[in-house]
Design a protein around this ligand. Structure first.
Ligand code: ATP
Ligand code: MG
Length: 396
């Protein structure tokens, strides 16, 4: 039987595993100096009691949006009681009501009860800000807010009513199409200023990883070859720093489980397979409903032997590409089955774009056939890996 002493004294590849966690905020964030300065320039008027413009940050997953904002928040919040940044994860606080309640709880301890109506929350917010306080409301994963138009409207109205103080939205999202889902007034308000976080290149990832590896692993536990391989794999797939960190952490665990104290390239390769499955699970379960249904439609039609339309050309059939129209039909069918109204084909195309951005499928234009050019779609994973996951999320 293993004892605590035995487990704790066992040599490990890890020096400090927390450093490799996706929630760790490093002191230095290389390659994000420019983005950090832009954000500081936009929000600094709040420190002088002026209302900044709203800011919208967009970038693919793992490009450092959350950690960049969280890092400068510490500094901002230590400066004056008259201005503060309030971080909200909209995956959890996903409606106007829940969000306002959360914000007020942060600032007014007596609001720590539930059951207040929206008008009361609104009055309290005005009262608090009216003392001349500037709040920068960081809405991370803002696309998850169900009634975002209403939220933006409420906050805009609050600012209009206030003589002193104000509330500024700093929205963050990795979903490009979400912009078009907003009504035009909220859109122009939210996008007063925009900032893009580009994906990291392989060299940049190498640099980021080296820094984390030095703190996270024991000396000699990993060499530059495994770090370089991790960066190369990640850059080729996505440029997602979170993926790179996951990969290297998993490689460490695999090496340890194999009784080794040094991570080899082979461990990285083995970790890659495991991490991909984990990530697929995460990605799918956090997709909005219609995205999931679209993905399910593509997956259903990708099962070997599924009924398919007559192909435009032999080439697309053999590569497993599907026609846009047949997917839309399947999508409408599934919507019907679960009592949902299918969205128009314009939305449907946006969803396909998002799914492609997330690496869940690929699209290409057909060579000119009988019916001219058309979009062909192919699933990026095994249908068998996807279908049970979506069905579990969806048809609970
Ligand atoms: N420039 C960087 N230097 C060091 N670590 C970084 C850097 N950029 C990102 N990371 C690390 O990568 C991970 C992912 O970053 P972060 O959570 O900020 O991504 P994100 O852009 O918010 O992604 P998502 O859209 O999925 O929320 C974190 O562990 C973070 O510490
Ligand atoms: Mg984030």
């Amino acid at each position: 039987m293993a004892s605590f002493d035995e487990i704790l004294s066992k040599p490990s590849v890890f020096r400090n595993i927390n450093v490799l966690s996706p929630h760790y905020i490093p002191q230095e964030l290389p390659f994000r100096e420019e983005q950090t300065s832009r954000i500081i320039r936009v929000i600094s008027p709040a420190l002088q009691q002026q209302k900044p413009r709203n800011l919208f940050i967009y970038g693919k997953t793992g490009t450092g949006k959350t950690c960049t904002v969280k890092r400068l928040m510490r500094d901002f919040n230590s400066r004056t009681p008259g201005a503060s940044m309030c971080y909200i994860n909209c995956r959890i606080y996903n409606s106007r009501y829940r969000l306002l309640q959360k914000v007020l709880k942060e600032y007014i301890p007596s609001m720590d009860k539930s059951g207040f109506g929206l008008p009361y929350l609104y009055e309290k917010l005005l009262e608090y800000l009216g003392k001349g306080i500037q709040i920068i409301l960081v809405l991370d994963e803002i696309d998850m807010v169900k009634d975002l138009d209403e939220l933006i409207y409420t906050l805009t109205r609050a600012n209009d009513e206030l003589e002193h103080g104000g509330i500024t939205i700093l929205g963050i999202s990795n979903r490009l199409s979400f912009k078009n889902e907003l009504d035009p007034r909220s859109k122009s308000s939210l996008y007063e200023t925009e900032l893009v976080f580009p994906p990291y290149t392989s060299n940049q990832l190498q640099h980021i990883l080296k820094q984390r590896v030095e703190e996270g692993f024991n000396e000699g536990a990993i060499d530059s070859s495994a770090v370089n391989l991790t960066s190369a794999i990640t850059a080729q797939d996505s440029g997602d720093a979170r993926y790179a960190l996951k990969l290297i952490m998993k490689a460490g665990e695999i090496a340890e489980n194999r009784g080794k104290l040094k991570i080899s390239d082979e461990d990285v390769e083995l970790a890659r397979k495991k991490v991909e499955v984990d990530i697929l699970h995460e990605t799918i379960s956090t997709l909005p409903e219609h995205h999931q249904v679209v993905l399910l439609s593509v997956s259903n039609l990708s099962i070997p032997g599924a009924p398919q339309y007559v192909r435009l050309d032999g080439e697309s059939t053999s590569e497993g590409f599907l026609l846009l129209g047949e997917i839309y039909e399947e999508y409408s069918k599934i919507c019907g089955k679960c009592g949902k109204k299918p969205r128009s084909s314009r939305w449907f195309k946006e969803y396909l774009n998002d799914l492609e951005m997330l690496g869940l499928l690929t699209t290409k234009m057909s060579s000119k056939g009988v019916r001219g050019h058309t979009t062909l779609i192919k699933l990026g994973h095994e249908p068998g890996d996807i279908i049970p996951l979506v069905e579990k999320n969806f048809f609970k």
